[in-house]
Design a protein around this ligand. Sequence first.
Ligand SMILES: Cc1cc2nc3c(=O)[nH]c(=O)nc-3n(C[C@H](O)[C@H](O)[C@H](O)COP(=O)(O)OP(=O)(O)OC[C@H]3O[C@@H](n4cnc5c(N)ncnc54)[C@H](O)[C@@H]3O)c2cc1C
Length: 251
Amino acid sequence: MEGPSVTPTPNETAKPHFRSDVTVELVKHTASDSDVLWAARVSTAGEQSLEELNKDPERSKGLINYLMRDRHGSPFEHNSMTFFISAPIFVFREFMRHRVGWSYNEESGRYRELEPVFYLPGGERKLVQQGRPGKYEFVAGTPKQHQTVTEAMEAAYRRSYEAYQDMLAAGVAREVARAVLPVGLYSSMYATCNARSLMHFLGLRTQHELAKVPSFPQREIEMVGEQMEAHWAKLMPLTYAAFNNNGRVAP
Ligand SMILES: Cc1cc2nc3c(=O)[nH]c(=O)nc-3n(C[C@H](O)[C@H](O)[C@H](O)COP(=O)(O)OP(=O)(O)OC[C@H]3O[C@@H](n4cnc5c(N)ncnc54)[C@H](O)[C@@H]3O)c2cc1C
C-alpha cells in the first residue's frame, strides 16, 4: 500500500536468523462440502435448506465425485480460505504465478525494515539434481555438500544484510537498500483462494502417488502446498477425497 515516506531507522541489533521450514496458518475460512452441493443443486432443485442438502450423505458424496470426474468446476468456487504464509521470497515468486482465483497481500520492503530471517536447506532437503531437463531426479547431498551450502549461504546472507543495514544507517531509503537482499530472505503474505483454485495449485505444486499428471515442483513451494492441503482436507473432506480419487486434476 502506498503511504507517506518515513525516515528509515536501522535496527542495529538485528542478527541474522536461519530457518529451514515454512509456515502456513489458516486464518479465515468459509468452506465446506455443503457449499459445493448448494451450488450444484441449484441446477435441478433450486434453493435448498442445509438439512435437505445433507440428508443423504451417499448421494452428496456421489454428486461431488461426479462433478470432479466430469470437470464441472464452478460449484467448487463458492467458498473461501485465507492463509497466512511465511516462506522465502523465491517461493512467493513462484506462488504468485497462480493468477486465477487467488488474492495476495505481501509485507512491504518499502514501508518497513525487513527482518534478517533467511532460508537454509534442512538436512533432509535433497541437494543434487541428476539427469537432463524434463527427466531428472533429486538425490540426497553428502554431508560435505550440506556443509558447503550452509557456510556459503550464511556468509552471503550476513554480508548482504550488513550492506542493507549500512545503507539504512547512511539514510538511504528502504526501497533502495533492499536491492541487496537475496531471494532466500523470508517474507509473509495473506493468500486467499477457493477450493477450485487450490486444487489447480496442488496439482502443479505437489507430487503425489495418486496424481494422474505428474508435476515436478520445487520442494520449498511443495512444503507450503502440503500444509495448505492438510487444512483444506479437514474443511472439505468429500471434495478432498474426490480430488484424490480423480487423479488430483482440478475440475
Ligand atoms: C514444475 C513447474 C515448473 C515451472 N517452470 C517455470 C519456468 O521455468 N518459467 C516460468 O516462467 N514459469 C514456470 N512455471 C510457472 C507456470 O508456467 C505457471 O505460470 C504456473 O504454474 C501457474 O499456472 P497457471 O497459469 O495454470 O495458473 P493460473 O494463473 O492460476 O491460471 C489458471 C488457469 O487459467 C487459465 N488462464 C490463466 N491465464 C490465462 C491466460 N492469460 N490465457 C489463457 N488462459 C489462462 C489457464 O487454463 C490456467 O491453467 C512452472 C510451474 C511449475 C509447476
